[in-house]
Design a protein around this ligand. Structure first.
Ligand code: GLN
Length: 455
């Protein structure tokens, strides 16, 4: 098959399903077809082409792409065309993939259902009455619907893993620092990571291989060698020690999710791995800690959207202060405003010690919980989310219930360790469940090894 045909297939599929799924915010058809033609014109030996040569990819809309509209699904950036490519995009270009378009998300990556997009909600391809998860809902839905072969998402508190679980695909949040954040529009800089969403674990490893590594443009990217992830896909988990936190199978986790994890553990046991119950005692504080820290960081990061430097500017303003106010009032959606207010409050003088500083201290306790378990075990396993996807509209009026949905993914970001979600059976409503496999810092290889064996 030629790259031209492959790219044509992608747009054909998009034409068939996109009015139902609504995964894309922007398509880049003309450029993608031209790129395909250029790649087809390349001559060389087969092994000179990388593994990703000519493959169609979708990119979450908070990752900047030169000259290609990047909105973060926010009205405030409705007309924003970046002047540079994110490092991950440059790396994918070097690997000669073809960018098909930009993917829908919750506005500025705040949300768990894609209902916070400033433009339109993405639907779950398995059943369009249900949410695809979020915030990388477009990234997961586009892969699940066969519109692209793979996509990039971002994960601050579960935004790659939870939509991957809801859409029955594979999504990895790498170790904090594994992948450059240069060109990722920041939500909470100390938690954000870009990662791959794919159909299979092997595809996921190929994609991580292409985007991982230290970057001089991102001081928080880590100078840690990138191993050969493909060599981890041996299918062998003999002797592997698995920890299962009792907090991940307890209160707030549905029976279906619990049973599917127990069934997966049985499979892994049959392959020679062993598992034991452990405790991550500070998990109960993770949600509060996350919403304090992530909102505090967001309130600072989003201060730059003032109508002067980026995107849309209100034309009703009568003074400079009024320009800021009008632009931000008109441009940001309700959830983004809620987080900015919460974060600004938590950082204000007089409250800093009680909230932000306290949350930082608890974050350390949560991180230590993980480190302690990893002294004795190779991976931690649990569900990705408490249940299958929920219906569109079901939780949107109740932010706290929506936040509670992230209890199983958030601790992983707070600890900075890698986590993957792989499909793990179906619920009674016919929608997919996800299994979460969590590894030690920079040990994506073991995470992939277990995920691949289970696949
Ligand atoms: N759902 C979580 C939130 O709303 C996580 C989002 C994310 O990982 N970007 O903050």
């Amino acid at each position: 098959i030629s790259v031209t045909d492959l790219v044509a297939e992608s747009y054909k599929r998009i034409a068939q399903v996109e009015d139902k799924v609504q995964a894309f915010l922007t398509l880049d058809e003309e450029n993608a077809r031209a790129k395909a033609k250029e790649l087809d014109g390349k001559v060389g030996k087969a092994d000179e082409y990388g593994l990703l040569f000519g493959l169609p990819i979708g990119v979450k809309d908070n990752i900047v792409t030169k000259g290609l509209r990047t909105t973060c699904a926010s009205k405030i950036l409705a007309n924003f065309d970046p002047i540079y490519d994110a490092t991950v995009v440059q790396k994918l270009q070097a690997a000669e993939t073809v960018t098909i378009g930009k993917l829908n998300m919750d506005e500025f990556a705040m949300g768990s259902s894609n209902e916070n997009s400033g433009f339109k909600p993405t639907k779950n391809p398995w059943n369009i009455e249900y949410v695809p998860g979020g915030s990388s809902g477009g990234s997961a839905a586009s892969v699940a619907a066969g519109e692209v072969l793979f996509s990039l998402g971002s994960d601050t508190g579960g935004s790659i893993r939870q939509p991957a679980a809801y859409c029955g695909v594979v999504g990895l949040k790498p170790t904090y620092g594994r992948v450059s954040r240069f060109g990722l529009v920041a939500f909470a800089s100390s938690l954000d990571q870009i990662g791959p969403i794919t159909r299979t674990v092997a595809d996921n490893a190929y994609l991580l291989q292409a985007i991982a590594g230290v970057d001089k443009m991102d001081g928080t990217s880590a100078p840690v060698d990138v191993p050969d992830y493909l060599s981890a896909l041996t299918g062998d988990v003999k002797g592997l020690r698995i920890a299962v936190p009792k907090e991940y199978l307890g209160e707030g986790v549905g029976e279906e999710a619990r049973q599917s994890v127990l069934a997966a553990l049985k499979v892994l046991e049959g392959m020679g791995a062993t598992w034991e119950e452990v405790s991550l005692p500070h998990s109960k504080y993770a949600l509060a800690t996350y919403y304090l820290l992530s909102s505090s960081e967001a309130s600072a990061n989003l201060a730059r959207f003032d109508g002067v430097r980026y995107g849309v500017r209100s034309d009703n303003a009568s003074s400079l202060i009024d320009l800021y106010k009008q632009t931000r009032s008109e441009g940001f959606g309700d959830e983004v405003k809620r987080r900015i207010m919460l974060g600004t409050f938590a950082l204000s003088s007089g409250y800093y010690d009680a909230y932000y500083k306290k949350a930082q201290q608890v974050r350390t306790l949560i991180k230590n919980d993980f480190e302690k378990v990893f002294e004795k075990y190779d991976v931690i396993i649990g569900p990705t989310a408490p249940s299958t996807a929920f219906k569109i509209g079901e939780k949107i009026d109740d932010p706290l219930t929506m936040y509670a949905n992230d209890i199983l993914t958030i601790p992983v970001n707070l600890a900075g360790v890698p986590g993957i979600s792989v499909p793990c059976g179906l619920g009674a409503n016919g929608l997919p469940l996800g299994l979460q496999i969590i590894g030690k810092h920079f040990d994506e290889s073991t995470v992939y090894r277990v995920a691949h064996a289970f696949e």
